[in-house]
Design a protein around this ligand. Sequence first.
Ligand code: C2O
Ligand code: CU
Length: 451
Amino acid sequence: MNRREFLAGTAALALAPRISFAETKKLRLAPARQSLVGEANPATEVWAYNGTVPGPELRFKQGERLVIPVENALSVDTTVHWHGIRLPNAMDGVPHLTQAPIAANGGRFLYEFDLPDAGTYWYHPHLGSPEQVGRGLYGALIVEERDPPAVDRDLVWVLSDWRLDRQARNLEDFRNFMDSSHAGRIGNTVTVNGAILETFAVRAGERIRLRLINASNARIYGLSFEGHQPWIVALDGQPVAPHWDGRVVLGPAMRADVILDCAAAPGSRHRIIDDFYARRAYRLLNIEYASDKPLREAFEPAPRLAANRIPQADLDKAARHRIVFGGGMMGAMPSQREHRGLFWTVNGKPVPEGDHAHPPLLNLGKGKPYLIELVNDTSWHHPIHLHGHVFRVLTRNGRPVMPEQLGDTVLLDPDSRAEIAFVADNPGDWMLHCHVLEHQATGMMAVVRVA
Ligand code: C2O
Ligand code: CU
């Protein structure tokens, strides 16, 4: 099914009633209904933080302390993981590993930690993720620089991907064999901030900071901006020398901060295209220029954001490890007799989601530098995420990554490898897993211990 098929009769979208964070000062999880594909279609049943998908956009200043009580009114247990934040292990939101689950039907948990790094982050459950994220549980966590670059607008686009039927119902085929053993649950409808966005209205001469977050279970995006040359200024929240390669590729969980200079003519219209899956390219939305005269005539080059204080790994002293991701269809899938429902492996072993006692894959010394080669021995893409740390991506597909890039998630292409380096400075047990949530839940995860 094509997302366009839903659009007949779509007019301006009304938003679901919002219970804002500012009002409640907490996150409350509950079922809700939301119009994803326009008023001409029925609303979709979702699970939401404070009544909307995405959940409230949480904004803090760098160095501030996040204090958020969470109340779970769903009928399933949950946790909240603060993706990309270097926080104390006990606040990381991994069930059984760092905390007890927040119980169904009224369980509570207080998250409280400092925000050391500016950047674009997000939050989502870490329990039953294929279903919980697939039903709409995620939101943006923005940590603003103390001295942010001057822009006319600072906007967040949470990209998500749904598998809807013709009544706009979210299909409940979570964790099916096909998705889990192949590319994960890729849907048929892409939303921006919880609705199909037809047009994005801009004014000529505007400079816009767009914070793109891929909150999809499995879909990878490759976005290009017709008629524009945006600057990528941060990846996974971490500043990068401003540059543009023609498109920005975001695997699940990855983020990009882009400076979009609206240098085209008043009254003009341009498409944002997603062509990551080349044969399934589509128009995400149109950038529509108002007819007003330009706000400014020319643009300075995009400024470089101030780096966060991430410790630099000394590569000469770094201990080396190699982690091989295997399995999946057309690969060395674990025997289903021995490992029913597990399709993926890390260093040859599938780790069941509910296995809380498995020994750490790696034992790292606190404060020591590491260089880890991540090998994708499968026919599928895997965005590999490490908790609690920010790493440098040294190489991908055998080539040095330029300009220098930091992040918490690295996209491994099929049959490829990447090298990452970091200082293991955050003590605790940390997850290392694929962020295609159906892969994570069917074997592709491990624990790294820093002690
Ligand atoms: Cu975004 Cu282990 O998670
Ligand atoms: Cu994967």
